[in-house]
Design a protein around this ligand. Structure first.
Ligand SMILES: Nc1ncnc2c1ncn2[C@@H]1O[C@H](COP(=O)(O)OP(=O)(O)OP(=O)(O)O)[C@@H](O)[C@H]1O
Length: 428
């Protein structure tokens, strides 16, 4: 019987066709490893190496915050938020007198380093560990965001985040290296990344996927519909493609990677925000990994692929934003072509004379108005990581961080008691 030949690249696959994920690849995507090389194209940040006692503190159950007179937050009735206040005159309560233990005794230097970096970066920072930011724990922060003004804000976020716990406990999960031959989880050099806080516009954050040192596709990071993006699609495609070719393609140690960029107004410069592993753990957002992994290779564009010179020529061409083609939106096909003037001409046959003016761009997938992707994010993201309302209420009780930790213990104790009561009444 003749073999059945299918055009579907996914036919017959029983699992996602990822190349083996190595620890070296995971480590290459750790902020402290890639940042020194890309410092000039990354928003301002500092990296604080973490000592084992500090990492042990992050790993420990429960949230006990170090006593730091400088940063005791104060509830402001007018603004309805906590505010950091220096030298708040506050008598210790009975509990404090009893527990005169310095939580930070073994990592006071790290604590002081963090404090001084916050000051150096203007007093407001956004933290992350080697790979992950505590995006799932913003509910616990007084600002309801990742903006931190004190070391204790940072500890509270990091210790409440499942994403950070993944960095601490599961960084090498699913890596193929033999356990004996390479670095162990316990030997990972952990670093705290502190990024200078700025008002970041989520509509112009994009996740990009590069395979075999070629940019395959990209999409919005924020899963809402932004109409204006459709008018500047080809400009964004060419900017990000140029950024990748010039800045990352030949310098990143691995052939495959995903990376996040930020393209703020007036949309002529690209910033590198993050590098992520080419692995199932990285969220493909508007794509599926199967779709990305089975996407055909981008064409070898003579000239476009040759390096920076041709890209200067490309970026000097006026870009007609309004000509953005619908094929590059959320249901578009992989890749699109643009002529020398930046107009998308996907799918059109060109005359021979046009051929050397043609450029291929990776697909930029956007959320259209009414897209289901947008609907499902009507509720806050990372909702799987949210906690019960009473825990959230305790965090916002207005009495400060130390009191929150105590309130949380009370909530847990009350829940245990309730459970015990329910069980005993069921037994009856
Ligand atoms: N300097 C900054 N100021 C304000 N917000 C920032 C700053 N840097 C990053 N952010 C926000 O934090 C978000 C998360 O940052 P980042 O991408 O580094 O986290 P991550 O945990 O690696 O995310 P993912 O798991 O999606 O890869 C960014 O999408 C951005 O919106």
């Amino acid at each position: 019987m003749p073999a059945i030949i299918s055009d579907d690249p996914a036919a017959g696959l029983t699992e996602l066709p990822f190349p083996p994920v190595t620890k070296a690849h995971i480590l290459n995507c750790s902020y402290h490893n890639w940042h020194p090389k890309y410092r000039a194209i990354t928003p301002k940040s500092r990296v604080v190496p973490l000592t084992k006692p500090f990492v042990d503190y992050l790993r420990a159950d429960g949230i006990v915050l170090p006593d730091d007179e400088d940063e005791r937050p104060e509830w402001d009735d007018d603004s309805g938020v906590f505010s950091s206040s220096d030298n708040i005159d506050r008598a210790p309560d009975d509990d404090e007198e009893e527990e005169d233990v310095d939580v930070a005794a073994d990592w006071r230097e790290t604590h002081d380093a963090i404090k001084s970096v916050i000051a150096d970066l203007g007093g407001k920072v956004v933290p992350k560990l080697n790979w992950s930011a505590p995006k799932d724990a913003t509910w616990i922060n007084a600002t309801n965001s990742m903006e931190c003004r004190s070391p204790n804000d940072i500890y509270l976020l990091l210790k409440s985040s499942d994403f950070v716990t993944h960095d601490l406990e599961h960084a090498f999960d699913d890596c193929v290296d033999s356990p004996a031959s390479s670095i162990q989880q316990s030997e990972i050099p952990y670093h705290l990344v502190l990024r200078k806080y700025f008002q970041l516009n989520p509509s112009v954050e994009f996740r990009c996927f590069a395979r075999g040192r070629k940019l395959l596709c990209m999409c919005q990071r924020d899963l809402n519909h932004f109409d204006f993006l459709f008018n500047m699609q080809s400009k964004l495609q060419s900017l990000i493609q140029e950024f990748f070719n010039v800045r990352l393609r030949d310098s990143f140690p691995d052939d495959n990677l995903t990376f996040d960029v930020y393209v703020p107004a007036p949309y002529n410069k690209v910033w590198l925000v993050d590098v992520n592993p080419w692995a199932p753990r990285t969220d493909p957002l508007l794509f599926s990994w199967l779709e990305i992994l089975t996407m055909p290779d981008p064409p070898d564009m003579v000239g476009q692929d040759a390096g920076t010179e041709e890209f200067v020529r490309l970026s000097l061409q006026p870009v007609t934003d309004t000509a953005a083609h619908s094929n590059c939106s959320s249901n578009g096909s992989a890749g699109s072509h643009a002529d020398g003037a930046g107009n998308d001409i996907d799918g059109e046959a060109d005359s021979d004379s046009d051929v050397d003016e043609e450029f291929w761009f990776p697909e930029l997938r956007l959320i259209r108005q009414g897209d289901p992707e947008a609907y499902s994010f009507g509720t806050p993201q990372y909702s799987a990581h949210k906690l019960p309302k009473d825990v959230v209420d305790a965090s916002q009780s207005g009495e400060g961080l130390r009191d929150f930790a105590r309130d949380w213990q009370n909530v847990l104790a009350r829940r245990q008691q309730d459970d015990a009561t329910t069980e005993s009444s069921e037994d009856d």
